[in-house]
Design a binder for this molecule. Structure first.
Ligand SMILES: [Zn+2]
Length: 133
């Protein structure tokens, strides 16, 4: 029973938090989680929850949003270099593009991304914003 529930549970966890995995052989950390380690080819992993803090590595501003995101255009998408290792691509929020700077401190937030379907199911996801500290 528990095994049947596991994949869905993992997907939810991955969506709401920054949960990746760590290679048990060499310690390399991944987000999103991987099945095979690119460092050592290891295949044994353990779930790892990132603290969600890092630096802005690069960013771009989209003037024309894809379907479902029209209300958000223009918006910025960035690559964040997490303090704990991997680069994560995510939408940026709570910041004017003019104030974005490579290397600035960022933190993850969980936000509503869009409503989907006739019942308006809300889709949440992670975004990054400038670290308030
Ligand atoms: Zn490894």
């Amino acid at each position: 029973m528990a095994e049947n529930l596991a994949p869905h549970w993992r997907l939810r966890e991955q969506r709401y938090q920054l949960v990746g995995n760590v290679c048990l052989n060499c310690g390399a950390k991944y987000f999103p989680p991987r099945q095979v380690c690119t460092e050592c080819r290891g295949t044994e992993f353990e779930a790892f929850q990132f603290n969600g803090r890092g630096e802005l590595y690069s960013f771009t501003t989209l003037r024309q949003a894809p379907a479902g995101f029209e209300d958000y255009a223009p918006y910025s998408v960035g690559m964040i270099k997490l303090d704990q290792g991997p680069l994560v691509e995510a939408m940026l929020t709570d910041v004017n593009e003019d104030n974005l700077q490579i290397g600035m401190r960022m933190e993850v937030v969980t936000r509503k991304l869009r409503a989907e379907g006739e019942r308006g199911v809300l889709i949440y996801g992670y975004k990054f914003r400038p670290d308030g500290d």
